[in-house]
Each structure stands twice: as C-alpha cells, then as structure tokens.
Design a protein around this ligand. Structure first.
Ligand SMILES: [Zn+2]
Ligand SMILES: [Zn+2]
Length: 362
C-alpha cells in the first residue's frame, strides 16, 4: 500500500510503498478514507520529539474496517471508524476509574518486542505515530484506539473528531465541566480552539469570548458561536475580558506561550480556572504569585486530549454534528491527496485555512 513516510527529522513527506501486516489479537485493519493534518504531526516531522524514523504520521483518521484480529470484540468489517492517539490499557486503576486519558500503560496497545512490526519497507520497520499512521491507504490500529461512527457522517468531518474536536470540546465539557450561563474565554482560534467554542455552545455557556491576533480566525469563531471576539493585536485583551465578564469563569489557552498564558491567568475571575492546552513553545513558563492564587481562589489545570473517553465522546460529537448542534463543516478548508501533505502544511500558514484533510487516497 502507499503511505506518506517521513524518513528522518526535516526530511519531509514522501509517498512510498509500505508493507502492512495482517491484524493480530486486538488489532483492526482500516481502509483510510480521510486524515486531517494536525500541527503535532508537523512538529514531529521537523523536530523529532523523541519519535523514531522512518515513520508514518497522521493521527486524525477516519475509514472503513477491512479486517479484524481474533480478539476484537467491538468493531466489525465494514464499520466506519475514527482513530485517536489516545492509547490506554483498559486495565490499570486509572482506566478502571474511567480516566483512560491518565492511563499508566499506554504502550499496552502496541505490539510486543518479539513481534514483527505492523509496518515495514523492504524488511525495515516503519513506525506509526502513537499507533495510528493515518497518512496512508491503510492503517493497522489497536481496537481501543478506534470508535465506531454513523455511516452518514462525511469522512472528512469524521477524521477531525479524533484529535481537534476531542481536545477542544473535551477541555470545556470534561475537564472544566462548564455549566450553563458561565463565561468562557478561548485564546487561539485555530482548529482546536474553534472546537472549544463548539463545546462552550453545547454546554450553554453565557459569554463565549474568542481571542486571536487574526481577523479571519475571529470571524470564523463568531460563525462557530462565539458571542464576543477580541482582536489581541489592537487592544488589551485582559481589560476587555474584565470589562465583559468582571473576570471569566473559565479561560482556555490554546496558544501556550509565556506572555499569553500570563494574560490568560489575569483574565480569570475569583474562583475560576485556567486550562492549559496549547503547545506553542516548549520553553513556556507560568510564574504565579501564590498569595494572589490563594486570595483569588484560582486553579490551573493541564489538559491532555480533553480528558476524553473515546468510545463515549466520539459518537457523542458525531451525533451532535448530525443534529446540527455543533459546527464542523467550517473546519474542513481544503481537501488534498496523499502525495500533497507537504503542500497541505504550507497551506495551513494561511489564517483563512482552518484544517486541511487528506481525502484522496488513490
Ligand atoms: Zn492532533
Ligand atoms: Zn490503563
């Protein structure tokens, strides 16, 4: 089968013939129909981030089940599925407590050291990003990393559920548990931040304030349901949020740069929370005045994959989309072919582009 392979750090994406093994045990062979381009894939391709090469990236995948291993119970051939990089063992105390996003043994979804690789080129093993490898015609994935979705869901939309939607909407609904009427601030209105706007709308948030530096992104946030937008390039976002809310109940930082995160904390009202989701800079720090934290009764929460439970949340967002209760069509700005991934990432620099999705896998 054809796959877009990254041979080494900075080597870019190259279409190659890759051998894929038959499913064993709890594995599922998926015919990929769509895979979104997420920023994390590009970060691995350009910086490595501890991954081994060659590797097939792509972790926002949707497709149709072609075959299943002998131990698979929840997925059948022909099912439409969405993959997620959320890997969990299903047996540790966190998994058994319903917190699979805190699993202690995520590697339990990978093949053991003595087993042949899932992917290879002329006998050389090829890695898969977090057990997925969606930039390919087929993917061999552990059953626990897949959720079944309705067949009427378009593949390009379905693909986005596994990362951007799960992370953005999940931060609001699962981590912060936003209540009806509460105020929400979303800083950074890219593909993930827009899904926090979706989540805030579903939760019935009162004010939904979107902040960004780019006009196009703010316009899109308003189309997704933001009640107010603040252009951080032309004003003081802290003063504006304080004027609108008196201090927000929940502030979601999708940027992750020191200066932005500090401003985000200043926007939080008494008893409110700051949620850290963005990975903009790997040296970002947040200095806090402990007396201020105490007297304002603030909490700061690091969020991983929207504190999501895959088999519950993916079908939930799919049905909310099909009922017209969340906006996802506006996220799919451009559809490309498997050999165009490098160009697709270039297109993402344009602020008018929300998400690029591979849908031509011929
Ligand atoms: Zn992602
Ligand atoms: Zn576990």
């Amino acid at each position: 089968m054809k796959a877009s392979v990254v041979d080494g750090i900075g080597a870019g994406f190259t279409l190659r013939d890759v051998d894929i093994d038959a499913p064993r045990g709890s594995e599922v062979l998926v015919d990929v129909r769509a895979c979104g381009l997420c920023h994390s894939d590009l970060s691995i391709a350009t910086m490595g981030l501890g991954y081994e090469f060659p590797i097939v990236l792509g972790h926002e995948l949707a497709g149709v089940v072609a075959a299943v291993g002998s131990d698979v119970v929840g997925v059948r051939a022909g099912d439409h599925v969405v993959g997620s990089l959320l890997q969990f063992c299903g047996r540790c105390v966190d998994c058994l407590s319903g917190k699979t996003f805190r699993c202690r043994y995520p590697e339990a979804t990978a093949r053991g050291a003595g087993e042949p690789p899932r992917l290879s080129m002329a006998g050389t093993p090829v890695g898969q990003m977090n057990g997925l490898g969606g930039f390919a015609q087929q993917a061999l994935v552990h059953e626990r990393q897949l959720a079944v979705v309705p067949e009427e869901l378009p593949f390009a939309v379905a693909a986005l559920l596994g990362c951007g939607v799960l992370t953005g909407a999940g931060a609001v609904l699962n981590t912060a548990k936003v209540q009806a009427g509460e105020s929400v601030v979303v800083i950074g209105c890219g593909g993930v931040g827009l899904n926090a706007v979706n989540g805030a709308r579903l939760a019935g948030a009162g004010a939904i304030i979107a902040i960004d530096l780019q006009r196009e992104k703010l316009d899109r946030a308003r189309a997704f349901g933001a009640t107010h937008t603040v252009d951080a390039a032309s004003g003081d976002p802290v003063a504006e949020v304080t004027r609108l809310t008196g201090g927000a109940d929940h502030v979601f930082d999708f940027v992750g740069a020191s200066a932005v995160t500090r401003q985000a904390l200043e926007m939080v009202g008494k008893g409110g929370g700051l949620y850290l989701i963005g990975l903009g800079a790997d040296d970002a720090v947040l200095e806090v005045d402990t007396v201020e934290m105490l007297t304002r009764q603030l909490h700061v929460h690091g969020v991983w994959m929207g504190s999501s439970t895959l088999p519950r949340d993916i079908p939930l967002y799919a049905s909310m989309y099909l009922q017209g209760r969340i906006e996802l069509d506006g996220l799919v700005s451009r559809e490309i072919a498997l050999h165009e991934i490098g160009k697709g990432y270039e297109a993402l620099r344009d602020p008018s582009v929300a998400r690029v999705v591979v849908t031509d896998l011929s």
